[in-house]
Design a protein around this ligand. Sequence first.
Ligand SMILES: [Zn+2]
Length: 501
Amino acid sequence: MTEQNTNSPYRMRLPRPNYLPHNIEADIDDESIVQQYKPLGRPSRREEEAYIKKVRRFAEEYRITKPQGYNVSFHYNPAMEKHHFGQTHPMKPWRLTLTKSLVNAYGMNYAMDNYHPRAATFDELTTFHTKDYIDFLATVAPQPTPLDVDNPNPDLKFNLGGSDCPLFEGLYNYCSMSGGASLDAARKICNKQSDIAIAWGGGLHHAKKTEASGFCYVNDIVIAILQLLRVHARVLYIDIDVHHGDGVEEAFLSTDRVMTVSFHKYDPQVFFPGTGALEDNGPKNELNPGAHHAINVPLNDGITDEQYEWLFQTIISQVVAKFRPEAIALQCGADSLAGDRLGKFNLLVEGHGACVEYCKKLGIPMIMFGGGGYTPRNVARAWAYETAIAIGQHKNIPSEIPEHTSWRDRFRQTTLLPSIEEILGEPRTNKNTPKKLQDIVQHVSEQLRFVEQAPSVQYSIIPPDLGPIREEVEHRLREEAEEREENRRDREEGVGVRGEL
Ligand SMILES: [Zn+2]
Protein backbone atom coordinates (compact mmCIF):
# COMPACT_ATOMS: atom_id res chain seq x y z
CA MET A 1 0.00 0.00 0.00
CA THR A 2 1.21 3.47 -0.78
CA GLU A 3 0.77 5.89 2.05
CA GLN A 4 -1.27 8.92 1.16
CA ASN A 5 -0.79 12.34 2.58
CA THR A 6 -4.36 13.39 3.22
CA ASN A 7 -3.42 17.05 3.48
CA SER A 8 -2.51 17.31 -0.14
CA PRO A 9 -4.84 15.87 -2.74
CA TYR A 10 -2.05 16.12 -5.29
CA ARG A 11 0.24 13.69 -3.60
CA MET A 12 -2.29 11.01 -4.36
CA ARG A 13 -0.48 9.01 -6.96
CA LEU A 14 -1.88 5.57 -6.27
CA PRO A 15 -4.43 4.37 -6.96
CA ARG A 16 -4.74 6.86 -9.75
CA PRO A 17 -7.22 5.88 -12.36
CA ASN A 18 -5.97 6.04 -15.87
CA TYR A 19 -7.72 8.63 -17.98
CA LEU A 20 -8.36 5.91 -20.51
CA PRO A 21 -10.42 3.00 -19.32
CA HIS A 22 -8.38 0.02 -20.41
CA ASN A 23 -11.36 -1.75 -21.90
CA ILE A 24 -11.75 1.19 -24.23
CA GLU A 25 -12.53 -1.09 -27.18
CA ALA A 26 -15.93 -1.72 -25.63
CA ASP A 27 -16.64 1.96 -26.04
CA ILE A 28 -15.43 2.49 -29.54
CA ASP A 29 -18.12 3.39 -32.02
CA ASP A 30 -17.83 3.34 -35.76
CA GLU A 31 -16.43 6.85 -35.87
CA SER A 32 -13.15 6.05 -34.22
CA ILE A 33 -12.19 4.18 -37.31
CA VAL A 34 -12.83 7.00 -39.71
CA GLN A 35 -11.44 9.71 -37.52
CA GLN A 36 -7.81 9.23 -38.28
CA TYR A 37 -6.60 12.33 -39.99
CA LYS A 38 -6.23 12.11 -43.70
CA PRO A 39 -5.12 15.02 -45.80
CA LEU A 40 -8.42 16.62 -46.60
CA GLY A 41 -7.64 17.51 -50.17
CA ARG A 42 -7.94 21.12 -51.15
CA PRO A 43 -11.15 22.19 -52.81
CA SER A 44 -10.76 23.86 -56.16
CA ARG A 45 -10.80 27.61 -56.32
CA ARG A 46 -14.23 27.57 -57.87
CA GLU A 47 -15.61 25.34 -55.10
CA GLU A 48 -14.11 27.63 -52.51
CA GLU A 49 -15.64 30.72 -54.07
CA ALA A 50 -19.04 29.05 -54.32
CA TYR A 51 -18.83 28.07 -50.66
CA ILE A 52 -17.85 31.55 -49.53
CA LYS A 53 -20.73 33.01 -51.53
CA LYS A 54 -23.20 30.69 -49.78
CA VAL A 55 -21.84 31.56 -46.36
CA ARG A 56 -22.02 35.25 -47.11
CA ARG A 57 -25.61 34.90 -48.27
CA PHE A 58 -26.42 32.96 -45.11
CA ALA A 59 -24.77 35.59 -42.89
CA GLU A 60 -26.69 38.35 -44.65
CA GLU A 61 -29.98 36.51 -44.34
CA TYR A 62 -29.56 35.93 -40.61
CA ARG A 63 -27.77 39.23 -40.00
CA ILE A 64 -24.68 37.66 -38.51
CA THR A 65 -22.65 40.79 -37.81
CA LYS A 66 -20.36 42.05 -35.08
CA PRO A 67 -22.20 42.42 -31.78
CA GLN A 68 -23.01 45.90 -30.52
CA GLY A 69 -20.95 47.28 -27.69
CA TYR A 70 -18.43 44.50 -27.24
CA ASN A 71 -15.86 42.59 -29.22
CA VAL A 72 -15.42 38.84 -29.66
CA SER A 73 -12.24 37.28 -31.03
CA PHE A 74 -11.53 33.79 -32.34
CA HIS A 75 -8.03 32.39 -31.92
CA TYR A 76 -7.47 29.39 -34.08
CA ASN A 77 -4.44 27.67 -35.53
CA PRO A 78 -5.61 25.27 -38.25
CA ALA A 79 -2.28 23.42 -38.20
CA MET A 80 -3.39 21.78 -34.94
CA GLU A 81 -5.99 19.76 -36.83
CA LYS A 82 -3.54 17.57 -38.63
CA HIS A 83 -2.00 16.00 -35.54
CA HIS A 84 -3.20 12.75 -34.21
CA PHE A 85 -2.56 10.95 -30.97
CA GLY A 86 -2.88 7.45 -32.42
CA GLN A 87 -5.50 5.30 -34.06
CA THR A 88 -7.44 4.29 -30.95
CA HIS A 89 -6.75 7.35 -28.80
CA PRO A 90 -9.99 9.20 -28.05
CA MET A 91 -8.47 12.67 -28.38
CA LYS A 92 -9.15 13.63 -31.98
CA PRO A 93 -7.90 17.03 -33.13
CA TRP A 94 -10.31 16.42 -35.99
CA ARG A 95 -13.05 17.73 -33.67
CA LEU A 96 -11.47 21.16 -34.23
CA THR A 97 -11.97 20.76 -37.97
CA LEU A 98 -15.63 19.93 -37.39
CA THR A 99 -16.06 22.86 -34.98
CA LYS A 100 -14.52 25.23 -37.49
CA SER A 101 -16.75 23.88 -40.25
CA LEU A 102 -19.88 24.69 -38.22
CA VAL A 103 -18.66 28.09 -37.02
CA ASN A 104 -17.80 29.05 -40.59
CA ALA A 105 -20.94 27.61 -42.14
CA TYR A 106 -23.10 29.72 -39.83
CA GLY A 107 -21.13 32.79 -40.92
CA MET A 108 -19.99 33.47 -37.37
CA ASN A 109 -16.55 34.57 -38.50
CA TYR A 110 -18.17 37.74 -39.81
CA ALA A 111 -19.08 38.60 -36.23
CA MET A 112 -15.63 38.17 -34.72
CA ASP A 113 -12.01 39.28 -35.03
CA ASN A 114 -10.28 36.20 -36.39
CA TYR A 115 -6.69 35.53 -35.45
CA HIS A 116 -4.27 32.93 -36.66
CA PRO A 117 -1.97 32.99 -33.64
CA ARG A 118 1.67 32.00 -33.74
CA ALA A 119 2.91 29.09 -31.66
CA ALA A 120 4.05 29.87 -28.12
CA THR A 121 7.80 30.18 -27.69
CA PHE A 122 9.91 28.13 -25.31
CA ASP A 123 10.10 31.13 -22.97
CA GLU A 124 6.34 31.54 -23.01
CA LEU A 125 5.76 27.87 -22.22
CA THR A 126 8.22 28.07 -19.33
CA THR A 127 6.31 30.89 -17.66
CA PHE A 128 4.60 27.93 -16.01
CA HIS A 129 6.36 24.70 -16.93
CA THR A 130 9.91 23.84 -15.91
CA LYS A 131 12.66 24.20 -18.50
CA ASP A 132 13.74 20.58 -18.28
CA TYR A 133 10.19 19.36 -18.91
CA ILE A 134 9.66 21.59 -21.95
CA ASP A 135 13.17 20.78 -23.16
CA PHE A 136 12.37 17.10 -23.03
CA LEU A 137 9.01 17.62 -24.73
CA ALA A 138 10.75 19.53 -27.52
CA THR A 139 13.44 16.97 -28.15
CA VAL A 140 12.03 13.53 -27.36
CA ALA A 141 11.58 11.20 -30.32
CA PRO A 142 8.06 10.01 -31.21
CA GLN A 143 7.12 6.54 -29.94
CA PRO A 144 4.86 4.68 -32.33
CA THR A 145 3.65 2.27 -29.61
CA PRO A 146 2.79 3.48 -26.10
CA LEU A 147 5.28 2.16 -23.57
CA ASP A 148 2.63 0.74 -21.25
CA VAL A 149 1.33 -1.66 -23.86
CA ASP A 150 2.37 -5.14 -22.60
CA ASN A 151 4.18 -3.49 -19.69
CA PRO A 152 1.98 -2.48 -16.76
CA ASN A 153 4.67 -0.46 -14.97
CA PRO A 154 6.82 1.29 -17.55
CA ASP A 155 9.25 3.97 -16.45
CA LEU A 156 7.64 7.04 -17.95
CA LYS A 157 9.72 10.18 -17.81
CA PHE A 158 7.45 13.17 -17.06
CA ASN A 159 4.55 10.73 -17.49
CA LEU A 160 5.17 10.83 -21.25
CA GLY A 161 4.95 7.93 -23.65
CA GLY A 162 2.14 5.88 -22.11
CA SER A 163 -1.29 5.40 -23.66
CA ASP A 164 -2.77 8.47 -21.94
CA CYS A 165 -0.04 10.84 -23.10
CA PRO A 166 1.60 9.20 -26.11
CA LEU A 167 4.63 10.66 -27.85
CA PHE A 168 3.14 11.28 -31.26
CA GLU A 169 4.69 12.92 -34.29
CA GLY A 170 4.67 16.72 -34.06
CA LEU A 171 3.78 16.71 -30.36
CA TYR A 172 5.81 19.79 -29.45
CA ASN A 173 4.35 21.80 -32.31
CA TYR A 174 0.86 20.77 -31.29
CA CYS A 175 1.47 21.85 -27.68
CA SER A 176 3.05 25.16 -28.59
CA MET A 177 0.24 25.95 -31.03
CA SER A 178 -2.38 25.24 -28.38
CA GLY A 179 -0.45 27.37 -25.88
CA GLY A 180 0.09 30.11 -28.44
CA ALA A 181 -3.61 30.44 -29.25
CA SER A 182 -4.63 30.66 -25.60
CA LEU A 183 -1.90 33.15 -24.86
CA ASP A 184 -2.99 35.27 -27.81
CA ALA A 185 -6.54 35.19 -26.44
CA ALA A 186 -5.27 36.39 -23.05
CA ARG A 187 -3.25 39.20 -24.62
CA LYS A 188 -6.29 40.47 -26.52
CA ILE A 189 -8.23 40.52 -23.24
CA CYS A 190 -5.38 42.30 -21.46
CA ASN A 191 -5.08 45.06 -24.03
CA LYS A 192 -8.88 45.35 -24.21
CA GLN A 193 -9.07 44.51 -27.89
CA SER A 194 -11.48 41.72 -26.96
CA ASP A 195 -14.18 41.33 -24.35
CA ILE A 196 -14.61 37.65 -25.11
CA ALA A 197 -11.74 35.66 -26.64
CA ILE A 198 -12.29 32.11 -27.85
CA ALA A 199 -9.55 29.45 -27.99
CA TRP A 200 -11.12 26.07 -28.73
CA GLY A 201 -7.70 24.49 -29.30
CA GLY A 202 -6.81 25.10 -25.64
CA GLY A 203 -8.32 24.12 -22.32
CA LEU A 204 -5.82 21.36 -21.53
CA HIS A 205 -6.41 21.53 -17.80
CA HIS A 206 -4.63 18.41 -16.51
CA ALA A 207 -1.06 19.30 -17.48
CA LYS A 208 1.21 19.90 -14.50
CA LYS A 209 4.29 22.04 -14.07
CA THR A 210 6.62 19.13 -14.73
CA GLU A 211 4.33 16.40 -15.92
CA ALA A 212 1.94 15.48 -18.70
CA SER A 213 -1.40 14.11 -17.56
CA GLY A 214 -4.74 13.01 -19.01
CA PHE A 215 -4.05 13.83 -22.70
CA CYS A 216 -2.62 17.23 -21.66
CA TYR A 217 1.04 18.15 -22.07
CA VAL A 218 1.13 21.94 -21.81
CA ASN A 219 -1.30 23.79 -19.59
CA ASP A 220 -2.31 26.60 -21.91
CA ILE A 221 -4.93 27.75 -19.39
CA VAL A 222 -2.36 28.39 -16.66
CA ILE A 223 -0.13 30.21 -19.13
CA ALA A 224 -3.07 32.37 -20.25
CA ILE A 225 -4.17 33.12 -16.68
CA LEU A 226 -0.61 34.17 -15.79
CA GLN A 227 -0.89 36.65 -18.64
CA LEU A 228 -4.29 37.87 -17.36
CA LEU A 229 -2.78 38.39 -13.89
CA ARG A 230 -0.43 40.97 -15.32
CA VAL A 231 -3.31 43.43 -15.57
CA HIS A 232 -6.21 41.85 -13.72
CA ALA A 233 -6.15 41.72 -9.93
CA ARG A 234 -8.33 38.62 -9.66
CA VAL A 235 -9.13 35.90 -12.17
CA LEU A 236 -11.94 33.39 -11.77
CA TYR A 237 -11.33 30.01 -13.37
CA ILE A 238 -14.44 27.93 -14.11
CA ASP A 239 -14.25 24.38 -15.45
CA ILE A 240 -17.27 22.49 -16.86
CA ASP A 241 -15.31 19.56 -18.30
CA VAL A 242 -16.46 16.18 -16.95
CA HIS A 243 -13.01 15.77 -15.35
CA HIS A 244 -11.63 17.72 -12.40
CA GLY A 245 -9.55 20.74 -13.45
CA ASP A 246 -6.66 19.54 -11.30
CA GLY A 247 -3.74 21.10 -13.18
CA VAL A 248 -5.12 24.63 -12.98
CA GLU A 249 -6.22 24.21 -9.37
CA GLU A 250 -2.78 22.98 -8.38
CA ALA A 251 -0.95 25.76 -10.24
CA PHE A 252 -2.80 28.47 -8.34
CA LEU A 253 -3.20 26.65 -5.06
CA SER A 254 -1.26 29.22 -3.06
CA THR A 255 -2.61 32.49 -4.34
CA ASP A 256 -5.79 34.37 -3.59
CA ARG A 257 -5.67 36.11 -6.95
CA VAL A 258 -7.11 33.11 -8.73
CA MET A 259 -10.17 31.25 -7.56
CA THR A 260 -10.84 27.93 -9.27
CA VAL A 261 -14.28 26.33 -9.51
CA SER A 262 -14.53 22.89 -11.09
CA PHE A 263 -17.73 20.95 -11.81
CA HIS A 264 -16.91 17.31 -12.53
CA LYS A 265 -17.70 13.68 -12.09
CA TYR A 266 -16.07 12.43 -8.91
CA ASP A 267 -15.48 8.75 -8.29
CA PRO A 268 -11.92 8.62 -6.98
CA GLN A 269 -11.28 4.92 -7.36
CA VAL A 270 -12.25 4.64 -10.99
CA PHE A 271 -12.60 8.02 -12.63
CA PHE A 272 -9.68 10.21 -13.68
CA PRO A 273 -7.98 12.09 -12.06
CA GLY A 274 -9.41 11.03 -8.71
CA THR A 275 -9.08 14.49 -7.09
CA GLY A 276 -11.65 17.27 -6.59
CA ALA A 277 -13.68 16.19 -3.55
CA LEU A 278 -16.16 18.67 -2.12
CA GLU A 279 -13.93 19.15 0.94
CA ASP A 280 -10.81 19.95 -1.09
CA ASN A 281 -10.78 23.73 -1.01
CA GLY A 282 -7.12 24.59 -1.28
CA PRO A 283 -4.38 24.55 1.36
CA LYS A 284 -5.60 23.59 4.83
CA ASN A 285 -3.34 26.16 6.49
CA GLU A 286 -5.39 29.31 6.98
CA LEU A 287 -2.27 31.44 6.68
CA ASN A 288 -1.81 30.34 3.10
CA PRO A 289 -3.51 32.99 0.95
CA GLY A 290 -4.89 30.26 -1.31
CA ALA A 291 -6.96 28.68 1.48
CA HIS A 292 -10.64 28.39 0.47
CA HIS A 293 -9.87 29.52 -3.08
CA ALA A 294 -10.49 26.15 -4.73
CA ILE A 295 -14.14 25.19 -5.07
CA ASN A 296 -15.01 21.65 -6.13
CA VAL A 297 -18.40 20.42 -7.24
CA PRO A 298 -18.30 16.60 -7.38
CA LEU A 299 -21.12 15.04 -9.40
CA ASN A 300 -22.40 11.60 -10.33
CA ASP A 301 -23.41 10.10 -13.65
CA GLY A 302 -26.60 11.21 -15.33
CA ILE A 303 -26.87 14.84 -14.20
CA THR A 304 -29.47 16.77 -16.21
CA ASP A 305 -29.46 20.23 -17.78
CA GLU A 306 -31.88 21.50 -15.18
CA GLN A 307 -29.81 20.37 -12.21
CA TYR A 308 -26.52 21.47 -13.73
CA GLU A 309 -27.78 24.93 -14.62
CA TRP A 310 -29.23 25.42 -11.16
CA LEU A 311 -25.98 24.35 -9.48
CA PHE A 312 -23.84 26.43 -11.83
CA GLN A 313 -25.83 29.61 -11.42
CA THR A 314 -26.29 29.24 -7.68
CA ILE A 315 -22.59 28.67 -7.11
CA ILE A 316 -21.10 31.07 -9.64
CA SER A 317 -23.37 33.94 -8.55
CA GLN A 318 -22.11 33.55 -4.98
CA VAL A 319 -18.49 33.20 -6.07
CA VAL A 320 -18.65 36.31 -8.23
CA ALA A 321 -20.33 38.36 -5.50
CA LYS A 322 -17.62 37.40 -3.03
CA PHE A 323 -14.47 37.19 -5.14
CA ARG A 324 -15.25 40.00 -7.60
CA PRO A 325 -13.16 38.70 -10.50
CA GLU A 326 -11.83 41.12 -13.08
CA ALA A 327 -11.54 38.39 -15.71
CA ILE A 328 -12.96 34.92 -16.21
CA ALA A 329 -11.23 31.90 -17.73
CA LEU A 330 -13.94 29.41 -18.69
CA GLN A 331 -12.94 25.90 -19.68
CA CYS A 332 -15.76 24.48 -21.81
CA GLY A 333 -14.73 20.82 -21.91
CA ALA A 334 -17.41 19.05 -23.95
CA ASP A 335 -16.96 15.57 -22.46
CA SER A 336 -19.67 16.60 -19.98
CA LEU A 337 -22.21 16.30 -22.81
CA ALA A 338 -24.58 13.37 -23.16
CA GLY A 339 -23.24 10.78 -25.58
CA ASP A 340 -19.57 11.49 -24.91
CA ARG A 341 -17.27 8.53 -25.38
CA LEU A 342 -15.80 8.98 -21.88
CA GLY A 343 -18.27 11.16 -19.94
CA LYS A 344 -21.59 9.85 -18.63
CA PHE A 345 -23.71 12.92 -17.97
CA ASN A 346 -27.08 13.78 -19.56
CA LEU A 347 -26.19 17.35 -20.56
CA LEU A 348 -27.40 18.72 -23.85
CA VAL A 349 -25.75 21.42 -25.91
CA GLU A 350 -28.31 23.89 -24.51
CA GLY A 351 -27.53 23.02 -20.87
CA HIS A 352 -23.77 23.18 -21.42
CA GLY A 353 -24.22 26.45 -23.30
CA ALA A 354 -26.39 27.92 -20.53
CA CYS A 355 -23.24 28.06 -18.37
CA VAL A 356 -21.46 30.07 -21.04
CA GLU A 357 -24.47 32.34 -21.41
CA TYR A 358 -24.60 32.94 -17.68
CA CYS A 359 -20.91 33.91 -17.59
CA LYS A 360 -21.30 36.18 -20.58
CA LYS A 361 -24.16 38.04 -18.90
CA LEU A 362 -21.86 38.89 -15.98
CA GLY A 363 -20.17 41.33 -18.36
CA ILE A 364 -16.66 40.45 -17.18
CA PRO A 365 -13.86 40.00 -19.77
CA MET A 366 -13.65 36.31 -20.54
CA ILE A 367 -11.58 33.69 -22.33
CA MET A 368 -13.47 30.61 -23.49
CA PHE A 369 -11.23 27.55 -23.79
CA GLY A 370 -11.96 24.14 -25.24
CA GLY A 371 -10.92 21.06 -23.28
CA GLY A 372 -12.07 17.46 -23.29
CA GLY A 373 -14.71 16.09 -25.64
CA TYR A 374 -14.50 12.70 -27.31
CA THR A 375 -17.50 12.44 -29.58
CA PRO A 376 -16.35 14.94 -32.20
CA ARG A 377 -19.75 15.72 -33.74
CA ASN A 378 -21.14 16.73 -30.33
CA VAL A 379 -18.02 18.66 -29.37
CA ALA A 380 -18.38 20.65 -32.58
CA ARG A 381 -22.07 21.31 -31.91
CA ALA A 382 -21.39 22.57 -28.38
CA TRP A 383 -18.48 24.82 -29.31
CA ALA A 384 -20.25 26.24 -32.35
CA TYR A 385 -23.36 26.93 -30.26
CA GLU A 386 -21.20 28.54 -27.58
CA THR A 387 -19.47 30.68 -30.20
CA ALA A 388 -22.98 31.77 -31.21
CA ILE A 389 -23.72 32.64 -27.57
CA ALA A 390 -20.55 34.74 -27.43
CA ILE A 391 -21.63 36.80 -30.43
CA GLY A 392 -25.26 36.91 -29.23
CA GLN A 393 -26.67 34.89 -32.14
CA HIS A 394 -27.66 31.56 -30.57
CA LYS A 395 -31.36 32.41 -30.53
CA ASN A 396 -31.24 33.75 -34.05
CA ILE A 397 -29.46 31.06 -36.05
CA PRO A 398 -31.49 28.11 -37.36
CA SER A 399 -30.93 24.85 -35.51
CA GLU A 400 -30.89 22.98 -38.82
CA ILE A 401 -27.24 22.69 -39.79
CA PRO A 402 -26.81 24.69 -43.04
CA GLU A 403 -26.77 22.63 -46.23
CA HIS A 404 -23.43 24.05 -47.30
CA THR A 405 -21.61 22.91 -44.11
CA SER A 406 -18.43 20.94 -44.82
CA TRP A 407 -18.58 17.42 -43.34
CA ARG A 408 -22.33 17.83 -42.78
CA ASP A 409 -22.82 14.07 -43.10
CA ARG A 410 -20.59 13.53 -40.06
CA PHE A 411 -23.08 15.07 -37.66
CA ARG A 412 -25.45 12.09 -37.78
CA GLN A 413 -28.52 14.28 -37.11
CA THR A 414 -28.90 17.45 -39.16
CA THR A 415 -29.81 19.54 -36.13
CA LEU A 416 -27.40 21.57 -34.04
CA LEU A 417 -29.44 20.73 -30.94
CA PRO A 418 -30.32 17.02 -30.87
CA SER A 419 -32.55 15.74 -28.07
CA ILE A 420 -31.41 13.29 -25.42
CA GLU A 421 -33.39 10.54 -27.19
CA GLU A 422 -31.67 11.30 -30.48
CA ILE A 423 -28.27 11.11 -28.80
CA LEU A 424 -28.69 8.26 -26.34
CA GLY A 425 -32.04 6.62 -26.97
CA GLU A 426 -32.58 6.26 -23.22
CA PRO A 427 -31.12 8.91 -20.88
CA ARG A 428 -28.59 7.60 -18.37
CA THR A 429 -29.83 6.92 -14.86
CA ASN A 430 -29.49 10.11 -12.85
CA LYS A 431 -27.50 9.40 -9.70
CA ASN A 432 -27.58 12.97 -8.40
CA THR A 433 -30.19 13.38 -5.68
CA PRO A 434 -31.65 16.82 -4.86
CA LYS A 435 -30.33 16.39 -1.31
CA LYS A 436 -26.78 15.90 -2.56
CA LEU A 437 -26.94 19.02 -4.72
CA GLN A 438 -28.30 21.03 -1.77
CA ASP A 439 -25.42 19.79 0.38
CA ILE A 440 -22.93 20.92 -2.25
CA VAL A 441 -24.39 24.42 -2.38
CA GLN A 442 -24.39 24.59 1.40
CA HIS A 443 -20.74 23.55 1.61
CA VAL A 444 -19.68 26.06 -1.04
CA SER A 445 -21.55 28.88 0.73
CA GLU A 446 -19.72 28.02 3.92
CA GLN A 447 -16.35 28.03 2.17
CA LEU A 448 -17.04 31.40 0.66
CA ARG A 449 -17.67 32.87 4.09
CA PHE A 450 -13.96 32.38 4.76
CA VAL A 451 -12.94 34.28 1.64
CA GLU A 452 -12.01 37.88 2.25
CA GLN A 453 -14.27 40.21 0.34
CA ALA A 454 -11.85 40.90 -2.49
CA PRO A 455 -8.41 39.98 -1.18
CA SER A 456 -6.34 42.57 0.59
CA VAL A 457 -2.80 43.27 -0.48
CA GLN A 458 -1.16 41.43 2.37
CA TYR A 459 -2.94 38.29 1.26
CA SER A 460 -2.21 38.74 -2.40
CA ILE A 461 1.28 37.32 -2.51
CA ILE A 462 1.77 35.33 -5.65
CA PRO A 463 4.39 32.63 -5.56
CA PRO A 464 7.59 33.74 -7.31
CA ASP A 465 7.31 30.96 -9.85
CA LEU A 466 4.03 32.37 -11.11
CA GLY A 467 5.99 35.01 -12.93
CA PRO A 468 6.32 38.74 -12.54
CA ILE A 469 3.30 40.90 -12.08
CA ARG A 470 3.13 44.49 -13.06
CA GLU A 471 3.60 47.30 -10.62
CA GLU A 472 0.27 48.80 -11.60
CA VAL A 473 -1.65 45.74 -10.44
CA GLU A 474 0.13 45.81 -7.11
CA HIS A 475 -0.58 49.48 -6.87
CA ARG A 476 -4.26 48.98 -7.62
CA LEU A 477 -4.53 46.16 -5.08
CA ARG A 478 -2.98 48.46 -2.50
CA GLU A 479 -5.47 51.18 -3.31
CA GLU A 480 -8.37 48.77 -3.07
CA ALA A 481 -7.15 47.59 0.31
CA GLU A 482 -6.84 51.16 1.54
CA GLU A 483 -10.31 51.95 0.31
CA ARG A 484 -11.71 48.92 2.07
CA GLU A 485 -9.95 49.93 5.22
CA GLU A 486 -11.55 53.37 5.01
CA ASN A 487 -14.96 51.84 4.42
CA ARG A 488 -14.47 49.58 7.37
CA ARG A 489 -13.61 52.51 9.59
CA ASP A 490 -16.64 54.39 8.33
CA ARG A 491 -18.80 51.41 9.12
CA GLU A 492 -17.42 51.01 12.57
CA GLU A 493 -17.96 54.65 13.31
CA GLY A 494 -21.59 54.35 12.27
CA VAL A 495 -24.19 53.20 14.74
CA GLY A 496 -25.81 49.80 14.54
CA VAL A 497 -24.02 48.69 11.41
CA ARG A 498 -22.75 45.16 11.49
CA GLY A 499 -18.98 45.14 11.34
CA GLU A 500 -18.71 41.62 10.02
CA LEU A 501 -19.05 40.11 6.61
ZN1 LIG B 1 -12.24 15.89 -19.61
